[in-house]
Design a protein around this ligand. Structure first.
Ligand code: UT7
Length: 316
């Protein structure tokens, strides 16, 4: 796999920590010290689809490709206003692509899983040019009476166009079924046959400390194994593009693996946790800042509800 173009898009509304004190008993100091988040972007008059289309178009422009040339669109998305069709189907029509598309729902680790699926398609020759997209609006999953979760998230979309000809050195995906630490239950239409109490909707539940612990432990181990398996050292890697959930989680992984602060770029301070879009947005920012050169080794690693973790190592 070779990344030939990246793009991202964020809502225009910047929400500061101080603005959130209007809705919750919280403070800029608490949010900064516990998470590193200073601002996040939240959708107002745009839709998530608008962001997904912009990020995709930017990635295609950067790759110098027309949408008709795509062989597949894979989109990571947990939820949006449409139950169906999938986000990738809606993006396909809007950008003028004609290829098959599908969405995956693996929460915050979704972009890494989508990249790994894209690599398999390239390996088997099923596709040659793939748009890998992550579009998420986690601020719409939060129960806006819960300060524990609502202060953490932001909305956004990021995309990469990939093709053959690069070096995808390895990946490790881990799924540990744990539905208790981070979940949300949807409201479904009741049927006359439903037995009361079987289907209950529930706003987001997050056992923050447990998710924190699992994230640091799982990502750190997975990246270590990945480097060991492929015969690489931490110092060989230019950037660890980690899921941007909490600055303290990023620092925890850095402490375990070692390396310098420069190897762990962050956007969490600006955008909060944008779920699976966070790694795609971070990648695009590094590419557009000319911070990554061809041949640089990059690791992408995400974690989230499931509990899922996904890490990959490739040459940019
Ligand atoms: O994408 C994956 C999804 N999620 C994550 O990655 C989240 C992982 N977890 C975390 O990032 C952290 O656990 C949190 C940021 C969610 C919480 O930080 P913490 O240091 O683990 O705090 P805590 O949950 O232990 O809460 C400490 C205190 C509690 O008060 P008491 O019991 O000590 O009096 C909370 O009620 O902070 C209180 N608290 C708040 N205070 C002000 C919780 N949320 C807030 C808030 N503002 N927003």
């Amino acid at each position: 796999m070779k990344i030939i173009g990246t793009g991202s898009a964020l809502p225009k509304k910047v929400v500061t920590n101080d603005m959130l004190t209007e809705f919750f008993d919280t403070s800029d100091e608490w949010i900064r010290t516990r998470t590193g988040i200073e601002t996040r972007r939240i959708l107002t008059d745009e839709s998530l689809l608008d962001l997904a289309i912009s990020a995709s178009q930017r990635a295609l422009d950067a790759a110098g490709l027309k949408a008709e040339e795509l062989d597949y669109i894979i989109c990571s998305n947990v939820n949006n206003n449409y139950v169906y069709p999938s986000m990738s189907c809606m993006v396909q029509g809007a950008i003028g692509a004609t290829c098959p598309c599908f969405d995956i729902r693996i929460a915050c680790a979704g972009f890494v899983y989508a990249m790994d699926i894209a690599e398999s398609f390239l390996q088997t020759g099923r596709a040659h040019k793939i748009l890998v997209l992550a579009a998420e609006e986690p601020t719409r999953f939060c129960h806006w009476k819960q300060r524990e979760t609502s202060v953490l998230f932001g909305d956004g979309a990021g995309a990469a166009v990939v093709t053959e000809g690069g070096e995808y050195l390895g990946a490790r995906m881990t799924t540990i079924s744990n539905t208790e630490v981070l979940f949300q239950r949807n409201r479904l239409e009741p049927t006359p046959f439903e037995v009361e109490g079987v289907y209950v909707d529930h706003p987001m539940v997050m056992q923050g400390r447990e998710v924190f612990r699992m994230a640091v432990s799982s990502c750190s181990k997975e990246i270590s194994y990945l480097l060991e398996e492929t015969g690489h050292k931490v110092s060989d890697v230019k950037y660890f593009l980690l899921h941007q959930a909490n600055m303290r989680i990023i620092k925890g992984i850095e402490q375990y693996l070692g390396g310098t602060d420069e190897q762990y770029p962050t956007t969490v301070q600006k955008y909060g946790n944008t779920s699976s879009a966070s790694i795609a947005i971070l990648l695009d920012e590094q590419v557009r800042a000319n911070a990554i050169d061809r041949g640089d080794l990059i690791v992408m690693s995400g974690f989230g509800s499931g509990f899922t973790t996904g890490s990959l190592l490739m040459k940019y």
